[in-house]
Design a protein around this ligand. Structure first.
Ligand code: SIN
Ligand code: FE
Length: 288
């Protein structure tokens, strides 16, 4: 299976051809990155001043926009920034619901982010270092098996690509790393929830996903030895994948917009491919 599946569409709004939809969902759910080289997210001329890292406040990882419309981690309040992110979010919702009609009813639009800082050479602690291969897991937001899908557009004004590494299939990674993940105690999880460190109680699934994320990032031998494919996403292109399933690392690049979606496993075309189902099969128990 290739790490990348190219989809030849050039509009954020459907309807999309049935064979395109069928190929897209099969590739996405089997752990490919869907690459849309002919789908740019076009900035408006008056948005050019937003292409500066100065807009980022330096706290957290990126500038984000809540679905409620609240802008976070921007160094200044700009309605232009908010409007650009809002427009990107609407485009992303339109594309994903057009391409995956089976998802549309229960698809949850989560945060939108703007990433105006060059990633290469950025100082991050090992756990927060996204230049190391990982699957996404949220420390504060238990998912209890729900999926994390992310859609990205490179809006760099020059010719600088977003460079990723994509690693081995989820099940192969989990077979190596899961035996080392220490189970979290139920008491610790209750404490985290009671002191609002997590929004609700972490399930065994969330513990495992955090464990896989942290252990993979901290294991430099794994990082070096694991098979990987480098992918370059040029400016003017869009891509999406299940980041809770695809081992990914962002090596370099600047000026990317990203939209996160959450989805119930039951809405998938093939629920057996969800990380929770894979981990349940490996461990022989129910995880959420
Ligand atoms: C990540 O999700 O690990 C980072 C992806 C990116 O910013 O390109
Ligand atoms: Fe990630």
């Amino acid at each position: 299976m290739d790490a990348l599946q190219t989809l030849d569409i050039s509009s954020w709004t459907g309807p999309f051809a049935e064979d395109q939809r069928r190929d897209a969902i099969a590739a996405l759910e089997s752990g490919c990155v869907l690459f849309l080289p002919r789908l740019p997210f076009a900035l408006r001329p008056e948005e050019a001043p937003l292409l500066t890292p100065d807009l980022f406040s330096g706290r957290a990882k990126n500038i984000s926009l809540d679905p409620s419309g609240k802008l976070k981690h921007a160094s200044r309040e700009t309605s232009a920034l908010q409007a650009m992110m809002q427009r990107f979010a609407s485009s992303a919702v339109s594309l994903v619901s057009g391409l995956f009609p089976g998802y549309a009813a229960t698809l949850e639009r989560a945060r939108t982010s703007y990433r105006p800082v060059e990633i290469a050479g950025r100082k991050q602690s090992p756990i927060h270092d996204d230049t190391r291969l990982h699957v996404d897991a949220f420390p504060t937001r238990p998912m209890r098996g729900r999926r994390i899908m992310r859609l990205f557009s490179n809006v760099h004004p020059g010719d600088v690509p977003r460079v990723w590494n994509v690693g081995e299939p989820f099940a192969d990674m989990a077979a190596k790393i899961l035996p080392r993940v220490k189970p979290s105690s139920a008491a610790a999880n209750w404490f985290r929830a009671a002191t609002f460190q997590t929004r609700g109680l972490r399930s065994p699934y969330d513990d495992m996903m955090m464990g896989l994320h942290d252990n993979a990032k901290l294991d430099m031998d794994y990082q070096r030895a694991t098979p990987k494919t480098e992918i370059r996403f040029p400016p003017g292109t869009t891509w999406l994948c299940y980041t809770d399933q695809v081992m990914h690392a962002a090596l370099s690049g600047q000026f990317v917009l990203e939209q996160t979606f959450h989805l119930d496993v039951a809405a998938m075309g093939e629920p057996a491919r969800a990380p929770i189902r894979v981990l349940e099969k490996m461990t022989g128990r129910s995880l959420a």
